[in-house]
Design a binder for this molecule. Structure first.
Ligand code: SF4
Length: 702
């Protein structure tokens, strides 16, 4: 009963970027119960299987890191130490490397799961005080191609839509995404909307028949790596049929003629052959879009994780721009963020190529603004090392020390064997995490226990720019500290001024002030206001501003000309090529009930039941050619590495393509399931996002 409750609080799910509201109750025995917040604007009481089981994750403390551990040298085991000793050692080592080899010899690799205040502190520490831009995050592996796509076309890394546009759209293009499994609550909203409005059209572009296809009116099962060609072909048909908005194009955009020239270079028949999608399906997709009053394009890793991820993004956003479907109800490009706070991280500029409040890292005036604000002499002018570059630099010895927070690169980075080697070769590795289940922890010279969800306070921003406040509800176990506290202790021990914060609210307030006057201005959203409102969408430039559900309703874009840019695409890198030795395309992805590298979801029995082991999806024709039968152990390999899992033979995967889930680490019950043994670190030339979705491999039975 209410009387027995020790704590009742409202918070936000810490898994995907949907940002569902959760009501938490902790009773006197310490049992945590939760349910979806009934009146929350995002989830309206719903939660998916992952969100529903978050209480078990917090309560099962068997894997938690409880005290700092340190090794005397590389050959010594980790031993328990006091916090003071741990922070002293970290500061001494970082100071030595910075003095001896310069600030670029150290770096921080953090996570889209960090809270905004934590991101802010690491960014300030690294760029403002250490003097390097070597801070990158696992968001580099996730949305960096979308960041560049938005910035190039709209002038700002700004998702223009609000979730309420779902109920106002009558055509959805879902490209390279499986929201039924990866963004389930948004998908439920799309399902409900279609149920009530059966004429709503849904087009899915994916090389696999996923659960999202169950709702689709049309599934374009393209060959991996051909997204840009397909999206351009759809654009061509829209133009040929007169289904474009000339008034919008002329008034509010630049670049249409160049785009038109580009898309008309490839005939529909040629595009159909390249993508292996029938011409009539391309025409039908264009017809659905052309007929729509509200058109939402949704995408995620299938487009982003490509050596031409930016071109894919441009090609998709162009469909909204040429049809004028942006800045109006039910319309717009809508990137589905993978992590709960990748957006917040981008807002504080917490990446090697960004600056605070979406300022431009390469702009000297912007650098000066931030330097003056922080009271430091200058900001480093060269971009820092991005995710994969950091591990290359550790491998080559150029970088000496890395501090890893809330992420598990040994499983999640491409070419994972190289990452393991780099972590072994690094002179000093700090791992700050909540769980001993992180595969990266074994490389730590210093292992720091962090507080997790419900155990610390802060804010996050979801996929629709909605900022939410997360209260501290329970104490962290053992000696674990919040990431903010650890970072502040380190910064002070380094002798840096500017970290004299007494509360999380003070960190947040400083971040808000730094956004003042920018396109993402949240100077009107104080902690007090946010706590009272629960959530609000940026920008919120004054204390009486109600927040901004939809951007660009005035058709003024953030580009220098004020017009959106329709761009035909630019540079790309060549990734893997198929060969006689490696004739199959490996693509990777998520499964419904696991999250990232399973450090949290992997300890929940009911989530493990859904799909308990890694597997390889293979088309019956490819399986037959190799004598592979259902369930048979197979080895998938290329020059970078191999995995051994059981085959799952299915028509759902295109012939010539195989699929591995990305969650599993190195060894599990005699299965070697780390998909990233074989993925390549070749990245998009602009976004530096690696092309996880296309690797050339062979598959044999063993
Ligand atoms: Fe959490 Fe995402 Fe599921 Fe919502 S949809 S409950 S945010 S994992």
């Amino acid at each position: 009963s209410q009387k027995n409750l020790l704590v009742k609080a409202k918070t936000t799910c810490s898994y995907c970027g949907v940002g569902c509201g959760i009501d938490v109750e902790v009773n006197k025995k310490g049992i945590i119960e939760l349910e979806g917040t009934p009146d929350h604007p995002v989830n309206r009481g719903m939660l998916c299987s992952k969100g529903r089981s978050l209480n078990y994750v917090v309560q099962d403390q068997s894997d938690r890191l409880l005290y700092p551990q340190m090794r005397g040298s590389k050959h010594h085991p980790l031993e328990r130490v006091r916090w003071d000793a741990a922070i002293d050692r970290a500061a001494a080592v970082f100071k030595t490397f910075i003095e001896k080899h310069g600030p670029n010899s150290v770096g921080f690799y953090i996570s889209g799961q960090c809270l905004t205040e934590e991101y802010y502190l690491v960014n300030k520490l690294t760029k403002g005080y250490i003097g390097t831009n070597n801070i990158d995050t696992n968001s580099r592996l996730c949305m960096s191609s979308a960041v560049v796509g938005y910035t190039k076309t709209l002038g700002e890394d700004a998702v223009p839509i609000a979730y309420e546009d779902i109920e106002l759209a009558d055509c959805f293009l879902i490209a390279g995404a499986n929201p039924a499994w990866c963004h389930p609550i948004l998908f439920r909203r799309i399902e409900q909307h279609k149920e009530q409005n059966p004429d709503t059209k849904i087009v899915v572009i994916d090389p696999r028949v996923t659960d999202s296809c169950a709702l689709a009116d049309l599934h374009l099962q393209l060959t991996p790596g051909t997204d840009e060609t397909l999206l351009h072909a759809i654009g061509r048909v829209l133009i040929e049929n007169g289904n474009f908005d000339l008034k919008f194009i002329q008034s509010y955009t630049d670049g249409f003629e160049d785009y038109k020239e580009k898309v008309f270079k490839t005939t529909l028949e040629e595009a159909a052959a390249i993508c292996d999608v029938p011409v009539d399906q391309i025409q039908l997709a264009a017809q659905y879009i052309g007929d729509a009053k509200g058109f939402l394009s949704l995408w995620t890793m299938g487009l982003n994780q490509s050596t031409q991820g930016v071109n894919n993004n441009l090609a998709l956003i162009n469909l909204n721009l040429i049809t004028g479907h942006i800045g109006k109800p039910g319309s717009g490009p809508f990137s589905l963020t993978g992590q709960p706070n990748a957006m917040g991280g981008r807002e504080v500029g917490g990446m090697a190529s960004l600056l605070a409040a979406h300022r431009v890292q390469g702009n000297a005036d912007h650098r000066k603004e931030v330097a003056d604000f922080w009271g430091v002499e200058s900001m480093p002018d060269q971009p820092g090392l991005t995710a994969t570059q950091m591990f290359d630099a550790l491998d080559s010895g150029e970088m000496k020390a890395i501090w890893i927070i809330c992420t598990n690169p040994s499983v999640s980075m491409p070419n994972a064997d190289l990452v393991d080697r780099a972590l072994k070769k690094a002179k000093f590795v700090v791992v700050q995490d909540i769980s001993s289940r992180s595969d990266t922890a074994k490389y730590a010279d210093l292992l720091l226990p962090a507080a997790g969800w419900l155990e610390k306070e802060g804010t996050m921003t979801n996929s629709e720019r909605r900022i939410s406040y997360l209260p501290k509800v329970v104490s962290a176990p053992g000696e674990a500290l919040s990431d903010n506290e650890i970072l502040i202790r380190f910064a002070r021990r380094m002798g840096y001024e500017g970290f004299n914060f007494h509360s999380i609210e003070e960190i947040y307030a400083e971040h808000c002030l730094l956004t003042k006057g920018t396109n993402i201005d949240i100077s009107g959203l104080t902690y007090t206001r946010l706590k009272a409102a629960g959530t609000m969408q940026w920008p919120v430039p004054s204390v009486d501003h109600p927040g901004t559900p939809r951007l660009f309703e005035d058709k003024k874009f953030y580009t220098p000309s004020g017009k959106a840019q329709i761009l035909p695409g630019g540079n790309k890198n060549d990734g893997d090529q198929l060969s006689e030795e490696y004739p199959l395309i490996l693509t990777t992805g998520r499964i419904r009930d696991q999250w990232h590298t399973m450090t949290r979801t992997g300890k929940v029995n009911k989530l493990n039941k859904h799909i308990p082991k890694p597997f390889l999806e293979i088309n019956p024709e490819d399986a037959k050619a190799k004598g592979i039968e259902e369930g048979m152990p197979v080895v998938v390999k290329n020059d970078r590495g191999e995995v051994r899992v059981n085959a799952q033979i299915t028509e759902k995967i295109k012939k010539g393509v195989v699929f591995l889930p990305m969650h599993w680490g190195k060894i599990l019950q005699n299965t070697f399931g780390r998909a990233n043994n074989m993925t390549s670190k070749v990245f998009d030339p602009t976004s530096k996002q690696p092309g996880f979705k296309y690797s050339a491999v062979s598959v044999e039975k063993y």
